[in-house]
Design a protein around this ligand. Structure first.
Ligand SMILES: *[C@@H]1O[C@H](CO)[C@@H](O)[C@H](O)[C@H]1NC(C)=O
Ligand SMILES: *[C@@H]1O[C@H](CO)[C@@H](O)[C@H](O)[C@H]1NC(C)=O
Ligand SMILES: *[C@@H]1O[C@H](CO)[C@@H](O)[C@H](O)[C@H]1NC(C)=O
Ligand SMILES: *[C@@H]1O[C@H](CO)[C@@H](O)[C@H](O)[C@H]1NC(C)=O
Length: 597
């Protein structure tokens, strides 16, 4: 059990939901921070009304719901620190920032999250300047240890980074002779984090990694244990005490062995043991909560039917929109919860986030983040709003990132098994998120059965796997290759059709070998608006991915590298083109408005 808990705690990260969001509106004008390049992403953790208290980054007590606010403001503060030299804003400026709240997540603001004292002069640490921290010899360790988080040993790298941050904080506390002052501790660590952030601002993927690591600094609130004990009724008191003792033992255990992220721990232990068994590492919904969420919606509730169950749209009491999957009656809830435990630990911005589950009276539900823009197949079908070239490249890059995460997963690789257009969901700003991963496995299907049971995937299936039924990461790479070819060519439906797939791959091979023209493969809907160098690069890598033998295929690592290069190139070309074409575009745009043709 301890191992289960620690693992759940270890791997919990921030789930991001709704991509298109605006900064807190009142702040923009006068709060002195610039939010344009990294807008606020609401946390998916505002689910429970009764939020437990954590010390994010071992800093101020707050709730999980608030964690993205601190991430968000830290990045904005880092940006201004580079320009102004001060880590924090003046008191009045910060006060103006505090008055705003987030459009899509009104329960989050500086005020509500308890971050009011993060201003200059509020403490000794807050008066440190950026240069004085960057030049401090104790900061050198932080800079080194937080400089890269390669995917293969992320955990290791992250641990070195967080421990370096803590020791830098302690050094400053010592210098100010403020070791025991809670306010100082809180502000000092934020100051160090802001300083690290300034060194990474021009590398978004490094920023992502860094902020993915930071929950490793979180600590639970010690005092909330008492609060929960009181909440138990007399009848349950005995159970509560036993559990509380257990919690304390666990806490000692945790403090001793885990200097890491401590999410979701206490809540699990103190809820009913039955629930702990059923929903490890996740929020456990009651059936009533699920029903309420589904019935909270006036519009269409039914989203679709997957291989594992029906999917509904729902709204939680916090206002958060979610997708709720009702699992078809599966064999044993034992294997369900075992697999669920694995799933709950697998988190990445480009994987659809699993928030919680519900197991009651033999019924099983999974609650996921909701991706409002539907799936990639719908977008390739769509005539009125065609995906642009840049959007396509970014979607493919995002999928590759998610796959790399799964394939290099620390506890042994995870094969998605079901990469296809309909399993790639899109958020409002078209950020791609893989869904349904590991579900076939989760339901306890045998691998040989996957072939016959999971409909609509044969067209994506690795021919080698089809013949020997041995599933490896290379099978996902194959499916990714098919998806990439579809995205390039705009060809949508090959679900069950091996002929269509073979036609597609044959044509791609011909084009890649120069037997046919590149234009022949291009999605006509793009109307030639592609970057042909990048188009060819993706085509080449996709053709390698769909090699008949897994030995000929690149690893996802190589695919990601290539996709990163292509995306960078596409974006910089687009920028250059825009700059030179801007006046022309503007003119034609206004003409179009005045004289509709
Ligand atoms: C985000 O969504 C709002 C509507 O909710 C829309 O007005 C706005 O243009 C969108 N912004 C972007 C960048 O897509
Ligand atoms: C905010 O940042 C963006 C990009 O980082 C920049 O283009 C914009 O000019 C900045 N706005 C202000 C008001 O400084
Ligand atoms: C902690 O530090 C802050 C800021 O320097 C100060 O205002 C406060 O009085 C200190 N608290 C204690 C208990 O010393
Ligand atoms: C930085 O990383 C090194 C190597 O892993 C480690 O030995 C060292 O303790 C870390 N520094 C700090 C301050 O934690």
């Amino acid at each position: 059990m301890a191992v289960v808990l620690i693992k759940a705690v270890f791997f919990f990260q921030i789930c991001l939901i709704f991509a298109n969001l605006t900064a807190p509106s009142p702040e923009d004008a006068d709060c002195g921070l610039n939010f344009t390049s990294s807008p606020y992403k609401p946390s998916g953790e505002c689910i429970a009304i009764d939020q437990e208290i954590i010390h994010e980054w071992d800093s101020f007590p707050t709730t999980r719901c608030c964690q993205n606010a601190l991430n968000f403001f830290t990045q904005a503060l880092a940006k201004q620190a580079i320009q102004q030299g001060n880590l924090f804003l003046h008191k009045d400026q910060w006060g103006r920032c505090a008055s705003g709240s987030f459009e899509h997540q009104p329960s989050v603001s500086i005020d509500k999250c308890g971050l009011n004292s993060l201003y200059q002069q509020s403490s000794q640490c807050s008066t440190l300047s950026l240069t004085s921290i960057l030049q401090d010899h104790n900061f050198k360790d932080v800079r080194d240890n937080c400089s890269s988080f390669t995917s293969s040993n992320f955990d290791h790298a992250c641990k070195d980074c967080t421990s370096a941050i803590k020791s830098a904080r302690d050094h400053f506390l010592h210098q100010f002779n403020a070791n025991d002052n809670e306010t100082e501790r809180a502000i000092c660590i934020v100051a160090v984090v802001i300083s690290v952030t300034t060194t990474k601002l021009n590398d978004p993927s490094l920023i992502d990694d860094f902020f993915r690591c930071l929950p490793g600094l979180n600590t639970l609130d010690k005092s909330s244990e008492d609060y929960i004990k009181i909440k138990y009724s007399l009848a349950k008191a005995l159970v509560a005490i036993v559990l509380a003792i257990f919690v304390m033992m666990m806490a000692i255990f945790l403090v001793k062995y885990v200097t890491r992220n401590a999410r979701a721990g206490r809540k699990l232990l103190l809820s009913k043991p039955k629930m702990f068994a059923s929903c490890p590492g996740l929020y456990t919904f009651s059936k009533a909560e699920i029903e309420n969420a589904i019935n909270n919606i006036d519009e269409k509730k039914f989203l679709g039917r997957g291989s594992a169950g029906k999917v509904f749209k729902g709204v939680l009491p916090s206002g958060q929109v979610v997708a709720i999957k009702q699992i078809y009656r599966s064999n044993t809830s034992d294997s369900f919860s075992r697999e669920l435990e694995n799933l709950s630990r697998v988190r990445h911005p480009n994987l659809v986030c699993l928030f919680g589950c519900c197991i009651e009276n033999g019924e099983q539900y999974l609650v996921y983040e909701y991706c409002c823009a539907g799936n990639l197949a719908q977008h390739l079908l769509r005539k009125e709003r065609v995906l642009s070239w840049e959007q396509r490249v970014k979607i493919l890059r995002d999928c590759a990132l998610a796959l790399r995460y799964l394939h290099s997963y620390i506890d042994g690789f995870i094969v998605h098994r079901d990469i296809k257009l309909t399993n790639i969901l899109l958020t409002e700003d078209l950020e791609a998120k893989l869904s349904d991963f590991g579900l076939a496995k989760m339901l306890g299907m045998e691998e040989s059965k996957v072939f016959t049971d999971v409909r609509g995937t044969i067209g994506y299936m690795d021919p080698e796997y089809m013949s020997n039924a041995k599933l490896t990461c290379a099978s996902d790479v194959y499916s990714f290759g098919i998806v990439a070819l579809q995205v390039l060519s705009g060809q949508k439906v090959i679900e069950l059709d091996l002929d269509a797939r073979d036609q597609l791959t044959r044509k791609a091979k011909d084009v890649s070998m120069g037997k046919r023209e590149l234009k022949e493969f291009e999605d006509p809907q793009l109307k030639g608006e592609v970057n042909s160098v990048d188009f060819e690069s993706i085509l080449q890598i996709a053709v390698l991915c769909v090699a008949k033998s897994s030995k000929g295929r690149p690893t996802i690592e190589v695919v990601v590298e290539e996709m990163e290069k292509v995306l960078k190139n596409t974006l910089s070309d687009k920028k250059a083109a825009e700059q030179s074409a801007l006046p022309v575009l503007k003119r034609s745009h206004s003409v179009g408005h005045v004289i509709p043709v």
